[in-house]
Write a protein that binds this ligand. Structure first.
Ligand code: NDP
Length: 269
């Protein structure tokens, strides 16, 4: 029997996850279906309850429900607890297992696909939502120094405070970034969805710097800014999307798909 999976978000129509998981399923011979489902903003728990009642085996969770997914999970991985956010749910009997594969996805994309070494680099993370939360500990553990900047400073401060005792992560307002330079600048805001750019000062990029926008599928104001400011390496979040999906797929199906053919196919779309 075909096992059912889905990605839940709002908005969700732009999602490439169904394409990716269908290719993974073909490649590994897994009998699954995977669809994109838009949940009402105030109805995430009800959407998950419906999926479980209809026999779905699990789902991915995206903007803006990753914190709610964390709350809903009855058992959580260490990665999920580090992030306080969940992007992968597994429905097992009366349990809802929660994991966060965003961090491993980003690291795999930067280190394996882009081949940009992370050790002892200085990174600026823009945004303090679920995506930023998911990648901070994996980056920190890879030896990256982190400043997190957000429109709402309190949210960035909460993320930074979680590192107390392990190391120093600084939280800043955008206006406090003037005069600082970074090896890596990651846009983990959803500003690209509305064609906006956080108010960034000039001169953020060190020579050889990587500019990474987690958003994919369009030339965002952040990517245009990075190009104009001379960032040496520029990437969107497509590789991260495929890599985090591969880890979710492996959790659900116990078989790890090859990401390269899927990335190649997406680049040709
Ligand atoms: P959340 O809704 O949890 O957080 C959104 C963040 O963006 C907040 O920090 C918010 O700031 C900030 N923000 C929104 N609009 C603006 C703006 N106009 N200017 C400045 N800051 C803004 O979303 P997620 O963290 O889950 O996702 C963020 C982005 O990352 C999305 O575009 C998503 O598609 C992408 N993503 C990509 C992945 C991939 O695999 N490639 C994986 C995960 C996410 P404030 O707190 O002040 O409201």
């Amino acid at each position: 029997m075909t096992d059912k999976y889905a990605v839940i978000g709002n908005p969700i129509s732009h999602s490439k996850s169904p394409f990716i998981h269908k290719m993974f399923a073909q490649q590994t011979g897994q009998d699954i279906s995977y669809e994109a489902i838009e949940s009402p903003l105030e109805g995430f728990a009800e959407t998950i309850a419906r999926l479980r009642a209809e026999g779905y085996k699990g789902c991915n969770v995206t903007v803006p429900f990753k914190f709610e997914a964390y709350q809903l999970a009855t058992q959580r991985s260490g990665r999920a607890n580090d992030a306080n956010a969940v992007n992968t749910l597994i429905f097992e009997g009366d349990q809802i297992l929660g994991d966060n594969t965003d961090g491993v996805g980003l690291l795999a994309d930067i280190e394996k696909n882009i081949q940009y070494p992370l050790f002892l680099k200085d990174a600026l993370i823009l945004g303090a939502g679920g995506a930023a939360a998911g990648v901070m500990w994996p980056l920190f553990n890879a030896g990256v120094g982190i400043i997190v900047a957000n429109r709402t400073l309190e949210k960035a401060q909460t993320l930074a405070d979680a590192f107390e005792g392990a190391g120093t992560v600084f939280a800043k307002r955008y206006e406090d970034l003037a005069g600082r330079r970074f090896d890596i600048v990651i846009n983990a805001t959803s500003s690209g969805l509305s064609d906006e750019l956080p108010p960034l000062p000039d001169g953020l990029f060190k020579p050889g710097a990587l500019a990474y926008d987690m958003m994919y599928g369009k030339d965002t104001p952040f990517l245009k800014f990075a190009r104009a400011q001379g960032a040496a390496v520029i990437a969107d979040g497509l590789g991260m999307l495929v890599e985090q999906a591969a880890t979710s797929f492996a959790l659900w199906r116990k078989v790890r798909p090859d990401t390269q053919p899927v990335l190649d196919a997406l680049h040709k779309l």
